[in-house]
Design a protein around this ligand. Structure first.
Ligand SMILES: C[S@@+](CC[C@H](N)C(=O)[O-])C[C@H]1O[C@@H](n2cnc3c(N)ncnc32)[C@H](O)[C@@H]1O
Length: 258
């Protein structure tokens, strides 16, 4: 196990400086203990994706900085973090509170449509080009983002991931993946989600609000990733379907295959 402290052994992160979003804002991006969940995520980025302190990180759907906050105590001055999200309130908080203390952490709003988070967004995710150059990141995070996106949009974002990741770049991507095993577990335990409504290439929890929770056949998800030049390097099944696991959503770690 790699130690979590970065090269700068006495580096104080945003949480140490009291830079945490107000509870009602943090709640918009999922409940639970904001700091504890963020630290767990960082642990996985290091252990499962081999994240190094000097690397360039992209956080797609950065929310209110749940990944950024712990990363401020891990990335060194040589590292860089860029986050974007469709929901301006989270981005604005991060920009106003994290960037002044950690100038190598930057955040921007993308006016991309999402029925839940940005219903008046003007651009469809499938048409959105990430605002970064080709080959400009070593690690991308999509934590609880594809779980709120429809198939064509996921295909477009996977292609963009393939474009912005540098050679050897990795991505930590969470999903709700469906296969015979998860269907059996849901039938036996009830799970926390059932995805009973087929909708084109995906399965919805709530057809009245498609992007509330979106599930994908495992084979479809892997095909999309591989089609974008992203080789699956590890899969960590989650507990959402009633499985015993430490992570709730399924995590897939991919590597840019060039
Ligand atoms: C459940 S929250 C997770 C936020 C953050 N990743 C975290 O773990 O705290 C889902 C996030 O995805 C963002 N999102 C949804 N669709 C998006 C899209 N097409 N592009 C970028 N962000 C998106 C939402 O605005 C929201 O912040």
């Amino acid at each position: 196990m790699i130690a979590l402290q970065s090269n700068a052994a006495d580096q104080r992160g945003a949480a140490d400086l009291g830079l945490l979003p107000p509870k009602d804002l943090a709640l918009c991006f999922g409940g639970g203990d904001f700091v504890k969940i963020g630290r767990k995520l960082l642990r996985r980025l290091v252990d499962w994706c081999g994240l190094l302190p000097s690397e360039r990180v992209l956080d797609v759907g950065c929310g209110a900085g749940r990944a950024a906050v712990p990363l401020t105590s891990y990335l060194s001055d040589h590292g860089r973090y860029e986050g974007f999200d469709t929901y301006p309130f989270g981005v604005n908080w991060c920009r106003e509170h994290i960037t002044p203390a950690f100038p190598n952490f930057r955040f921007q709003t993308a006016d991309v449509f999402n029925a839940l988070y940005n219903p008046f967004g003007t651009v469809r995710a499938r048409d959105f080009r990430f605002p970064y150059a080709d080959d400009s990141f070593d690690l991308a995070i999509l934590n609880s983002v594809f779980t709120h996106m429809l198939p064509e949009d996921v295909v477009g974002y996977a292609a963009e991931l393939g474009r912005v990741l540098d050679q050897g770049g990795r991505a930590y991507v969470t999903w709700f993946l469906l296969d015979d095993e998860t269907r059996g577990l849901v039938a036996a335990t009830g799970g926390t989600l059932r995805f009973a409504h087929r909708f084109g290439a995906c399965h919805l929890e709530n057809p009245d609000d498609p992007e509330e929770a979106v599930g994908y056949e495992r084979s479809f998800a892997f095909k999309v990733l591989e089609g974008a030049g992203l080789r699956v390097r590890g899969a960590y099944p989650g507990s959402w379907c009633g499985r015993r696991a430490d992570n709730y959503q399924d995590v897939v770690v991919v590597e840019a295959a060039r």
